[in-house]
Design a protein around this ligand. Structure first.
Ligand code: KG4
Ligand code: ZN
Length: 343
């Protein structure tokens, strides 16, 4: 391999939800730059992401974010090997902005185009800071829209062994946060409030999916938490926000940790990783670390900033897709319901 071949630099673009992000990643694991323009402040007043507003803001920000990613990495577009972009799943209008931009840049600069699955990106965030981590391993993916237990058989090759039957873990965090008045985005606010609370103060239900030991269900827990809040409101009682946050979070963490550990044991993997926005949750990280230590399993997690949406993770995933020969044409389209492993 000559030097040029050794240095694959991906310019990666991510715009599937409410972050406009671009990064330059070298050989899958070296982050040369990682720029994120967050829209949180914009959506806060509506209590959640407004898709139309998200798309408009992506259009406004994307060029600036990409220019900054190249500048921060001290590379020119000519020195980029390929353009990686999230093309699904996500909000269609939001995805379209990134896909159109990536196609335009790739076409004009005559670079290969590599479309990336957003969840493959989240999983690949683990490669960035864990140089020793290589497939196969088990990964628990917990984001705003997904809760999956995945066997990562090889780079870009997945076997989905468990999923949520109703709400995603992040969705449950967001809904409970809104109901208790903590606002958007819910996950980090519940995480913070829970630090002052007792995780055993309120006994919330733990749901099991009959016959599917690796599947999740959070709607019962969410309803029980919302009922508790409504009852307190109706009887004029003060809501113990910290205890409620800690107890709810504890129930979610228990469900996630127990199934992930069971899957690692049953499938015979001694390495377990977590990924997605909820993977930045402090109780989940601590609980998973402890359970893995007890079970003799090596635990991997990206830094919190690489757990929530970013483009560095897309650059890592795009590198491994590029290496295995994945190329997309100018007909690449946003795929809001893209399945993991689909190309
Ligand atoms: O992966 P992500 O940034 O976007 C999606 O692909 O969905 O995940 C966002 C989700 C939101 O539901 C957010 O509330 C949750 O991740 N989240 C957290 C924390 N930080 C973000 N949930 C619990 N604890 C956190 N610290
Ligand atoms: Zn995400």
């Amino acid at each position: 391999m000559d030097r040029k071949e050794q240095d694959v630099r991906i310019l990666a673009i991510e715009s599937s939800c409410d972050e406009t992000a671009a990064a330059v990643v070298r050989n899958g694991r070296g982050v040369l730059s990682n720029v994120i323009a967050s829209q949180i402040a914009l959506h806060t007043q509506f209590g959640g992401v407004v898709p139309e507003i998200a798309s408009r803001k992506h259009i406004e920000k994307i060029n600036q974010v990409i220019t900054q990613a190249l500048d921060d990495a001290h590379v020119t577009l000519e020195e980029i090997t390929a353009i990686g972009v999230t093309y699904g799943p996500g909000l269609i209008g939001a995805l379209l902005v990134g896909v159109a931009e990536a196609k335009a840049i790739a076409y004009a600069a005559k670079k290969p185009l590599v479309g990336v699955h957003h969840i493959e990106g989240h999983i690949s965030a683990n490669y960035i800071e864990n140089r020793d981590l290589e497939p196969p391993f088990i990964c628990l993916v917990v984001s705003g829209g997904h809760t999956h237990l995945v066997v990562v058989k090889d780079y870009g090759v997945f076997d989905m062994i468990g999923r949520t039957r109703d709400d995603a873990a992040g969705e449950a965090f967001d809904k409970v946060a809104r109901a208790v008045g903590l606002g958007y985005p819910g996950g980090p606010k519940v995480d913070r409030a829970a630090r002052e609370g007792n995780p055993h103060a309120i006994e919330f239900p733990r749901a099991k999916v009959e016959g599917s030991p690796y599947d999740f269900s959070f709607s019962g827990l969410k309803s029980a938490t919302l009922n508790y809040i409504n009852k307190a409101k109706m009887t004029g009682q003060e809501i113990p926000v910290a205890d409620l946050a800690a107890s709810f979070q504890n129930a979610v963490v228990e469900a996630l940790v127990s199934r992930a550990i069971l899957a690692a044991k049953e499938y015979g993997y001694d390495r377990l990783a977590i990924a997605g926005g909820v993977a930045s949750n402090s109780a989940l990280r601590a609980g998973m670390k402890r359970a893995c230590e007890e079970a003799g399993i090596r635990f991997y997690s990206p830094s919190p900033i690489l757990c929530t949406d970013n483009a560095a993770m897309i650059g890592a995933a795009a590198y491994y897709e590029y290496i295995r020969g994945t190329r997309h044409g100018w007909d690449l389209n946003a795929a809001p319901n893209l399945k993991l492993g689909e190309r």
